[in-house]
Ligand binder design. Structure first.
Ligand code: F3S
Length: 391
């Protein structure tokens, strides 16, 4: 890989140990994937923030990097293993909380904005069309590539930190035009009614396309929440972190020859596959990916004057929750007994063994609820999940 004079010096350690280590990571990655050079990035989103995933070895790596490493571009964090303010309310053990705080402290020392969310585009980390970025969380990567037209590979924890500390990433994969071209035309012959049905479409495409980028036709309108749900599920179920929808997403491409159809029956089947046939649940999680303000408004409307009878958590970025506070949505939600889970979610929090069943409107939530926490799942629309919570 060809490096500039400055990059060579960074690799030699002239800008400190953390930058040296970062360059070693980026150069090794670039060489594995055949990158010709490093390119500048405009922003970074770091994954691997929960102590549940990092463990002590991960924490040690972060503390080492924080000794002399400072971020040089806008950098935010993926969800942590707990709500950084209200962890006790959510039943997180103190020993875990202490370690999680050490993780966040290390990031803070590096100059990272320690807002922990998988929807950085709702809190000011929103790249523009064509911007090169280095993001880690799969749903956010897919949303930024597809909906915003930015360019990123799905970075791991160490490589995203390396990009934050150097402002660079190796140029390969989805940074390059040729890898962004669609390979399969998907004709959707079903009207998708809500974000969970977009999640079901993502499951179908993720499983069918074997990593090929789709150009989707037949969707007349899609809200931000629909697109964030599709972004989360398509990549979770095995798809590429990039899709195009004719008339909706910003990149323009020729139609590929190979065509597949998605019918109403396929959507219904995908929905059925994500339901374990349970009548009741002991846990409900909404906000996977983290809720938009519009979703919080809807949840507040559905919970108004009601009391939840199960544990209901709502995942959200703290700044979005603050907006909901100002609009009065948060009070209505909390008056019902539902709990906000800012900074975290049902997948990265240490929940294994605590609940047996989950209701969620997120296809990604089903995938990880089953795979990581052995939950039996109820999958349905936001309205149906709220219904499960209050009855
Ligand atoms: Fe976000 Fe957690 Fe879902 S990181 S996309 S809420 S699994």
């Amino acid at each position: 890989m060809e490096l500039t004079e400055e990059e060579k010096e960074m690799l030699e350690g002239k800008q400190g140990n953390a930058v040296k280590k970062s360059m070693e990571i980026l150069v090794a990655l670039g060489e594995i994937f055949g990158a010709k050079r490093l390119i500048p990035v405009k922003s970074v989103q770091i994954s691997g923030v929960s102590y549940d995933n990092l463990g002590d070895a991960g924490l040690e790596f972060l503390e080492e990097m924080a000794k002399d490493g400072k971020v040089v571009v806008k950098t935010t964090l993926n969800p942590a293993g707990m709500d950084m303010e209200n962890w006790e309310v959510l039943g997180i053990p103190k020993e875990f909380a202490d370690k999680q705080k050490m993780v966040i402290k290390a990031f803070e020392k590096m100059g990272v904005e320690t807002t922990c969310t998988c929807t950085p585009y709702f809190i000011g980390n929103k790249p523009g069309f064509g911007d090169h970025i280095a993001w880690g969380e799969s749903s956010a990567v897919t949303y930024s590539n597809s909906v915003l037209g930015a360019r990123t590979n799905k970075e791991g924890g160490p490589s995203s930190i390396a990009s934050a500390l150097t402002g660079r990433t190796p140029e390969y994969g989805y940074h390059l035009d040729e890898n962004r071209k669609p390979k399969v035309l998907v004709e959707v012959e079903a009207e998708l009614k809500n974000p969970s049905e977009f999640g079901a479409l993502g499951k179908i495409l993720g499983e069918k396309l074997e990593g090929r980028v789709p150009l989707i036709n037949g969707i007349r309108k899609a809200s931000t929440d629909d697109l964030k749900s599709l972004s989360a599920s398509i990549v979770t179920f095995g798809g590429a972190p990039l899709f195009h929808i004719e008339g909706i997403t910003p990149e323009k491409h020729e139609r590929p020859e190979e065509t597949i159809k998605v019918l109403r029956d396929d959507i219904e089947k995908a929905i059925n596959d994500m339901n374990d046939g349970i009548e009741d649940v002991d846990f409900i999680f909404l906000g996977c990916p983290h809720c938009s303000l519009e979703e919080l408004e809807k949840i507040a409307g559905l919970l108004k004057g009601k009391k939840v009878k199960k544990e209901l958590w709502i995942g959200v970025a703290r700044p979005v929750k603050k907006l909901a506070d100002e609009k009065g949505f948060s009070k209505t939600i909390e008056d019902s007994g539902a709990k906000f889970a800012c900074d975290t979610c049902h997948v990265v929090a240490p929940l294994k063994g605590r609940f047996k069943t989950i209701a969620t409107n997120s296809a990604k939530g089903v995938f990880y609820g089953r795979g990581r926490n052995d939950f039996k799942t109820f999958f349905g629309s936001l309205d149906k999940c709220i219904d499960m919570a209050v009855r």
